[in-house]
Write a protein that binds this ligand. Structure first.
Ligand SMILES: [Zn+2]
Ligand SMILES: [Zn+2]
Length: 199
């Protein structure tokens, strides 16, 4: 029987936030552990730790929970590059660590084949159960292993993005709604929001 009791309590918090237990979440968890071991940082109350994530997969949710890096605070930066690469920066020390997943997680092909069958409504109960067990066991293995087994971890020169700036709000000339002045665009000599600019 799969049980959350087999996992550390901070991973359980990630599962609660994310909604399900999956290998992707374990990737994010282990990536954070690998980076914080070097950077010696904890959760970020303000914007001390910045995470630059190169995908928008399940892994990112673990980063949000464990490090307090959030979209709203501006210390979670998404680069849509489709890579399992995460860079963590400590604003205080200026140090940065890049963590990249090397190769594939064990059993990936099998898990994906089973998932396709499940989605197509063609999987038997035992296949669905097997898929779930495989996800559980790889997540467990990842979390228990030394991160260096699955990730390349190295210190990099950081290019720390500036802290979230506060900019003035101005009304759009067409809809009248307030817009961050840096996001207004000019259309026929009017300053308008991007929504109105696209009509
Ligand atoms: Zn997930
Ligand atoms: Zn507008």
């Amino acid at each position: 029987m799969n049980s959350l009791d087999d996992f550390p309590s901070d991973f359980n918090e990630c599962v609660r936030f994310h909604g399900h237990l999956c290998p992707g979440l374990a990737i994010g968890y282990s990536a954070v552990k690998a980076a914080t071991r070097l950077l010696n940082v904890g959760p970020s109350r303000d914007e001390e730790v910045v995470a630059v994530v190169e995908n928008d997969s399940c892994a990112v949710d673990a980063i949000q929970v464990l490090l307090g890096c959030t979209f709203g605070k501006g210390n979670l930066i998404f680069r849509d590059w489709g890579k399992q690469v995460f860079t963590f920066m400590d604003r205080k020390t200026g140090r940065a660590v890049r963590v990249s997943l090397t190769g594939e997680l064990p059993g990936r092909t099998k898990r994906h084949a089973l998932k396709k069958k499940i989605e197509a409504g063609l999987a038997s109960d035992s296949e669905t159960k097997l898929w779930d067990e495989l996800r559980y066991s790889i997540a467990k293995e990842l979390i228990a292993s030394d991160p260096e087994l699955y990730f390349e971890v190295r210190e990099v020169r950081s290019r720390i993005p500036p802290a979230a700036e506060v900019v003035e709000t101005r009304p759009c000339a067409i809809c009248g709604e307030g817009v961050m002045s840096t996001r207004l665009v000019t259309r026929q000599e009017l300053l308008v929001c991007q929504d109105c600019a696209n009509i």
